[in-house]
Design a protein around this ligand. Structure first.
Ligand code: GLU
Length: 479
């Protein structure tokens, strides 16, 4: 049996990291077993689905290098792989289920259902549907429906427990009293997620369904539908949910959880891929840095852990720094350049000269772009960071330091890192001035901030004229 797995996003919002992790684990499983990875779209909810979200989702998977073998955009033997194109197919399945008695029409109104649910709760009985319309005569129900009476369609759940061996959670059993006859077609005629998802899984010959544990309670329903269709249900693997470092379920409270947000903050796809691999799985030792090929070679669904996975952005930042440092310098430059906008040839050269030092010191591309921003602004076109100014430019030593440094720098012959450093250090030693009292004010004068790439290299990259102009500007600003 060749492995066939799928990811089935609903384009009702941005691509959430939880869905990315599910996609990644399915992809790794398919690649490990030489199987097929399918991307289909769960877009039955036409009101909430938007094409722009679908674009963002596809783009996100591509960015991470999770290529799909069949599905939206790439095609395959099963049509468009969009649920919105398959309503006829779902109706055909439902006709079969009605004919066999596996499903039945339900004429209970929402008010009646509410009333009976409340009564059941009061009396300590299970609040699920009581099966009332399952007792109606099928042909009579058919005539009522034909005459236009509003109804939904429910699946008749079996009387025995639904059992399956979950690849992650082990043997699972759902007792019949916890499984009511659930809706597969709404009163509006629209198929529910349970129906559409299962029909797709059956039709696309999905062998394994790996998805978040939040969907565990749906699985007995899906198994029941597959069996009622006369199909063998897929093998299930429920992946542990993602939690923040505070032990709470990952949510907006922990910051933006869309993949796009991480991409915009300058995380590399390689680092993101590596980080997400470790959300519920580990290569079997304490290794944190794992290559794509190695992950494919070692991954398997039955090695996924049951306990919740911690989404720790500190760890992601650390990993990203590792990946940034490992980049070929030219590759690093190529990734930061788009973040910098249009550059003149001079600005680009200045950036390039500082790039290796920035590469050493950065955890995110966005941060790298911030660190070199001072090279791209006019000498009088930037603001001073307030805290940095207060700390460095309002002290007794501030003015004499900058005045003295200006004089020394005016006398530097060849403008390069070594000559700048030698001239300043010789003067500082002679005057017994500490680096803190001299170099920090210069840094603020040149970059607007007390944090910047190494100073002498920064002065070199900035050039003599700008360096002197900025020190003069800072002296003026001191009043
Ligand atoms: N569209 C569903 C979701 O995004 C798919 C769940 C499933 O994998 O069955 O949650």
């Amino acid at each position: 049996m060749s492995v066939r797995v799928r990811i089935a996003p609903s384009p009702t919002g941005s691509l959430h990291v939880g869905n990315v992790r599910s996609g990644l684990f399915n992809w790794l499983f398919a690649r490990h077993h030489g199987g097929t990875f399918i991307l289909r779209v769960d877009d039955t909810d036409l009101e909430r689905c938007e094409e722009r979200y679908l674009d963002e989702i596809l783009d996100g998977f591509r960015w991470l290098g999770l290529d799909w073998d069949e599905g939206v955009g790439v095609g395959g033997p099963h049509g468009t792989y969009r649920q919105s194109d398959r309503f006829d197919r779902y109706a055909e399945v439902v006709d079969g289920l009605l004919a066999s008695g596996a499903a039945y029409r339900c004429f209970c109104t929402p008010e009646e259902l509410d009333e009976r649910r409340n009564a059941a709760q009061r009396e300590g009985r299970p609040p699920g549907y009581d099966g009332r319309c399952g007792l109606l005569d099928a042909s009579e129900a058919g005539s009522r429906a034909a005459s236009g009476e509003r109804h939904s369609i429910r699946l008749r759940m079996p009387d025995e427990a639904i059992e399956f061996a979950d690849l992650v959670r082990g043997d699972m059993a759902f007792a019949p009293e916890t499984q009511d006859d659930f809706v597969i077609v709404r009163t509006s005629g629209a198929p529910t997620y349970h129906l559409a998802s299962t029909v797709d899984d059956v039709d696309y010959e999905i062998t394994h369904v790996a998805r978040g544990e939040d969907l565990l309670s749906s699985t007995p329903k899906h198994i029941a539908i597959a069996r009622a269709m006369g199909a063998t249900p897929a093998i299930y693997a429920h992946l542990p949910l993602l939690f923040g470092p505070d032990g709470k379920k990952l949510s907006k409270r922990h910051g933006d959880t869309s993949l796009r947000a991480f991409r915009e903050q300058g995380f590399l796809p390689e680092a993101m891929f590596n980080f997400m691999c470790l959300l519920g799985w580990s290569p079997g030792n304490d290794e944190e840095v794992i290559s794509r090929d190695e992950a494919i070679a070692r991954f398997d669904l039955d090695a996924v852990q049951k306990n919740s996975a911690v989404f720790d952005t500190k760890k992601l930042e650390w990993l990203n720094g590792e990946y940034i440092r490992a980049l070929d310098p030219e590759d690093f430059i190529g990734r930061v350049l788009p973040e910098l906008g249009d550059l003149t040839a001079e600005q680009e050269a200045a950036f390039r000269s500082l790039a290796p030092l920035v590469q050493e010191r950065t955890k995110r591309l966005e941060e790298a772009a911030e660190q070199v921003q001072f090279l791209l602004v006019a000498d009088d076109g930037f603001d001073y960071d307030e805290a940095s100014w207060d700390k460095q430019m309002t002290k007794d030593f501030s003015r004499p330091s900058l005045d003295g440094a200006l004089g020394v720098l005016e006398g530097v012959g060849e403008w390069d890192t070594d000559s700048i450093e030698a001239a300043l250090r010789t003067w500082m030693e002679a005057e017994e001035l500490s680096a803190r009292k001299v170099l920090q004010p210069i840094r603020v004068a040149l970059t607007g901030s007390a944090i910047s790439p190494p100073l002498f290299e920064s002065m070199d990259a900035l050039g003599r004229e700008s360096t002197l102009a900025r020190i003069r500007r800072a002296l003026d600003a001191m009043g």
